[in-house]
Design a protein around this ligand. Structure first.
Ligand code: GAL
Length: 419
């Protein structure tokens, strides 16, 4: 979390190009996010409602595009022009990047955070802290290394959930031979990379996955195991639906839940879209860890940061209320139920949650936790963006070999980490 790599934005700011606005920002409270799919919209509504009860009028700053790539770019432009929103959905090492620009409000200085260590897990605390200071408010935890199975199709063919890649390919071949699409797939680079992430965790193991994608350790990046991971990943291409380029995860989630594809790799925010469509865990779909990753929990923590732009008592009070609302158990429980995640707070009552969330909560406690690099948990988004593009290009290329892709990755990572 405490890397000292300057993003292009930091460089611009250091050279004095950024001018923070001093002008008064009257209520409403503008919040940047990328929750624009049906399930996400419903969970955002939970946030809006909870803020409203506490007299904060949520002003929507929504940028379409799962994964948040578009949102981050728009946010950078807004910040550079001196008009950041009040709050933004910023996660993982990006919190550190924004903090280096001295633009973020210290949550510790805003509200009393002493009790937070009693109910937040260490991994969550680390994720939203910079030098032991809370700079973001965590709200939930998504698991990324899930494989979703369509119950109708699995029942129709009497298939068991695949636990290993060998079993996965046997099941996928069988389904394909029956004329059904084995794997649903969207058409953006981060969705390709999300699939690669699970493959990499299983082939490299959690320790080497962390070495490669958190610490950029070249001995793991440039290894035969990494080549093996790329090769296995590429084999999956033949089983995917041909998504239109740019097609977001929601469309892939729909073709899966509408019985047009048997399996789907995606983080559990996808459940939000199925819940919104009246589908139920274990009845309409099953959740199992991606093959070979049973002992691992690849996490994605949603959090919000606040921008320094307060001028009045009311605005300061609004910031405090925003933080206290987001950290409250009432909000976190209601939000996660709709979102498909589990609350960032521990020891909350999960009785009203679906079976997959209960499984997720149990696994979060018992499995090896690794940060999801495709979900901005491992590196800052400018580094992650380059890596994701390379992985996606490889997946969709007919000519790039696994060895060449690994070589390119190794060169890229050196460039991304050199001072
Ligand atoms: C992630 C975000 C999730 C989810 C997903 C798809 O980056 O953390 O909350 O919504 O994008 O949009």
């Amino acid at each position: 979390m405490k890397k000292t790599i300057l993003s292009p934005l930091s460089i611009l700011v250091c050279s004095g190009a950024l001018v923070l606005s001093n002008s008064l920002q009257a209520a409403p409270f503008e919040v940047l996010h990328w929750w624009t799919e049906p399930g996400e919209l419903q969970s955002k509504q939970v946030l809006v409602d909870h803020l409203k009860v506490n007299d904060i009028e949520f002003e929507d700053f929504a940028i379409v595009g799962g994964g948040g790539d578009g949102a981050i770019h728009v946010l950078q432009m807004r910040a550079l022009s001196g008009t950041p929103p009040e709050a933004a959905q910023i996660k993982g090492p990006d919190i550190n990047e924004w903090d280096k620009l001295s633009m973020l409000v210290s949550i510790d200085q805003l509200v009393d955070t002493q009790a937070w260590t009693n109910f937040l897990p260490e991994v969550v605390i680390d994720d939203v802290s910079v030098d032991q200071e809370y700079m973001g408010v965590p709200i939930n935890i998504h698991r990324v290394n899930w494989l979703w199975l369509n119950s109708n199709i699995f029942k129709r063919f009497g298939l068991a959930a695949p636990k290993t890649w060998k079993q996965f390919f046997a099941v996928a071949d069988f389904i394909q031979a029956k004329g059904v699409k084995p794997l649903s797939m969207g058409g953006t680079p981060w969705q390709d990379a999300l699939l690669f992430e699970s493959v990499a965790i299983s082939v490299l193991g959690p320790e080497n996955y962390i070495k490669a994608f958190v610490h950029f350790d070249n001995s793991v990046i440039n290894s035969t195991e990494m080549v093996e991971a790329f090769k296995l990943f590429k084999r999956l291409h033949a089983y995917t639906s041909i998504a239109q380029q740019g097609q977001d995860w929601f469309w892939a989630s729909q073709s899966f839940i509408n019985d047009q594809a048997a399996m789907f790799f995606m983080g559990d925010w996808v459940k939000g879209s199925w819940t919104a469509a009246g589908k139920e865990a274990l009845k309409d779909y099953q959740c199992v860890p991606a093959p070979g990753t049973e002992g691992v929990f690849s996490y994605n923590i949603d959090s919000f940061v606040l921008f320094k732009k307060v001028n009045t008592e009311i605005e300061l009070a609004n910031q405090k209320t925003f933080v206290n609302t987001l950290i409250s158990p009432e909000f976190q429980i209601e939000f996660s139920k709709v979102k498909g995640s589990i609350p960032a707070r521990q020891n909350v009552d999960l009785s009203g949650f679906d079976a997959c969330s209960k499984q997720s909560a149990q696994d979060f406690d018992n499995k090896v936790k690794v940060p999801s690099f495709t979900q901005n948990m491992a590196t800052s988004s400018h580094q992650q963006g380059q890596i994701i593009q390379l992985i996606s290009d490889y997946f969709n290329s007919e000519s790039l070999s696994a060895e060449e892709a690994v070589q390119q990755l190794s060169v890229m990572v050196k460039a991304l980490t050199s001072k």
